[in-house]
Design a protein around this ligand. Structure first.
Ligand SMILES: Cc1ncc(COP(=O)(O)O)c(C=O)c1O
Length: 368
C-alpha cells in the first residue's frame, strides 16, 4: 500500500544536502557562528523578495511577533486584537509582552472577521494582528481603514503566507507597519531548524528591532533597550537564501494541487472546500476543508495510508493556557464550529499526481 504523508520535506532538500554541508563546514572552520554574511545576505534577499525595504531575521516566528510588539512599545495595560482561529503563537507573543490578547472570530474564508474586530476595539486597543492564515492574505484593505480610523497599529502574522499577495497586487507587509514570518521547517519557506523574521518599510522600527534582537544594543556592550537574544543561526541564512530561489515554483505546485482538490470535491456534498478571498494570490500553506465526523474521517483515511491533520483542533481562547482569560468560555460562531469539522489535506511541493489522486479517492470513500 502506498503511504501518503502529510508532508515530505526530504523531497525538496535532497539536491541541496551536499552543498549545504560544505557551507556548514566552512562556517565551523571560520568560527562565524553569529549574524555573519549568510544572515546579512538572506535579509537582503528576503527584503527584495517580499518587496519591503527592511528585513530583520530572528530565532523564530513567535519572537518575530514579539519583536514587533516590543518595538511598538506595546505592553502592560494594552490590548491586541487577534483571531482565535490561529496557531497559539500569535497570542503567546502578545501575552509575553504583558499585553492582553483580545480574541475575535474568523469569517467563512477562515480569516480574521473584520466586523468582529470593529466590535472589540476599546480605548486600550493598541494593535490588530491580522493572521494570513493557511496562505492567504486577510482583508487587510478593510483592516487598514479600521486601524487608521482608530489610530492603532496593523501588524501581519505572515508565518503561513510567504509570497502571497492580494487582488490589488499588494504584497504581504504593504498594508501593515510590519509583518512577522516563521521559517519553521514545514512552512512554505522553511529553515533546517527554527527561524523567523520581520519585514517593514519603517526605517526607525527596523533599526530598533535589529537592536532588540541582540539584547537591545546598537553597539556592543551598550544597551539602549531591554531587548532579548533572538538570532537566526548563520547556517539557516544560507539554507533560506538557497530555498528562496525556488519558493515561487513551490508555491505554484501547491496552487496546482489545491486546484485539483477544489475541482475533485466541487460536486461532493459531504465536503466543504476552502474559499479564496477576493482573488487573493493564495500560497496554500494548508488546504483546509470541512467534513462531518472529522475525527472518524482522519482515522479511516490513515487505514488507507493517507495522513491528514487538523489546524487547529482547539481555538486559542479555549486552550488550557488561556483558562483564566475572560473570553475563555466565550462563543465564537465560526471558530467554534469550524474547529470541530476542519481537516487539512496533504499539500506540498514534489507531491506526486498519484498521491493527490489517492488523497481524493480516499476522502470520497471515508467521508460517506
Ligand atoms: C500563524 C502562526 N503564527 C506564528 C507561528 C510561530 O512561528 P514559530 O513556530 O517559528 O515560532 C506559526 C508557526 O508555527 C504560525 O503558524
Amino acid at each position: 500500500m502506498t503511504y501518503v504523508p502529510f508532508n515530505d520535506l526530504s523531497r525538496i532538500h535532497k539536491n541541496t544536502i551536499d552543498d549545504s554541508f560544505r557551507v556548514f563546514k566552512k562556517i565551523v572552520n571560520k568560527s562565524q557562528f553569529v549574524l555573519n554574511d549568510y544572515i546579512k545576505n538572506f535579509e537582503k534577499d528576503f527584503a527584495s523578495y517580499t518587496k519591503q525595504k527592511y528585513s530583520i531575521s530572528c530565532a523564530n516566528g513567535t519572537d518575530a511577533i514579539e519583536l514587533i510588539l516590543r518595538g511598538l512599545e506595546i505592553g502592560h495595560g494594552d490590548e491586541v486584537i487577534l483571531p482565535t482561529n490561529s496557531f497559539i503563537a500569535t497570542s503567546i507573543a502578545v501575552s509575553r509582552c504583558g499585553a492582553t490578547p483580545v480574541f475575535v472570530d474568523n469569517d467563512e474564508f477562515y480569516l480574521i472577521d473584520t466586523e468582529d474586530v470593529k466590535r472589540k476595539i476599546t480605548k486600550r486597543t493598541k494593535a490588530i494582528i491580522a493572521v494570513n492564515l493557511y496562505g492567504q492574505m486577510a482583508d487587510l484593505n478593510t483592516l487598514s481603514k479600521i486601524t487608521k480610523k482608530n489610530d492603532i497599529y496593523l501588524i501581519e502574522d505572515a508565518a503561513q503566507s510567504h509570497g502571497a499577495h492580494d487582488l490589488n497586487f499588494k504584497n504581504v507587509g504593504d498594508y501593515s507597519i510590519a509583518a512577522a514570518y516563521s521559517f519553521y521547517p514545514g512552512k512554505n519557506l522553511g529553515a533546517w531548524g527554527d527561524g523567523g523574521g520581520v519585514t517593514t518599510n519603517n526605517k526607525k522600527l527596523s533599526e530598533k528591532l535589529s537592536a532588540l534582537r541582540v539584547y537591545g544594543s546598537e553597539k556592543k556592550y551598550y544597551h539602549k533597550y531591554q531587548g532579548f537574544n533572538s538570532r537566526l543561526q548563520p547556517f539557516q541564512g544560507y539554507v533560506l537564501s538557497k530555498k528562496l530561489l525556488e519558493l515561487d515554483a513551490w508555491n505554484q505546485e501547491r496552487l496546482e494541487i489545491a486546484k485539483t482538490y477544489n475541482e475533485a470535491f466541487k460536486n461532493c456534498s459531504r465536503v466543504i472546500t476552502p474559499k479564496t478571498f477576493h482573488k487573493n494570490k493564495h500560497v496554500w500553506h494548508l488546504y483546509v476543508l470541512r467534513v462531518k465526523n472529522r475525527n472518524k474521517v482522519i482515522k479511516e483515511a490513515l487505514k488507507f495510508g493517507v495522513e491528514l491533520s487538523i489546524h487547529y483542533p482547539v481555538p486559542i481562547h479555549k486552550q488550557l493556557a488561556y483558562k483564566n482569560h475572560k473570553q475563555s468560555s466565550f462563543k465564537f460562531n465560526n471558530a467554534d464550529s469550524f474547529s470541530k469539522n476542519i481537516v487539512s489535506l496533504p499539500i506540498f511541493p514534489k507531491m506526486k499526481k498519484t498521491e493527490v489522486t489517492k488523497v481524493i479517492d480516499t476522502l470520497v470513500k471515508v467521508s460517506q
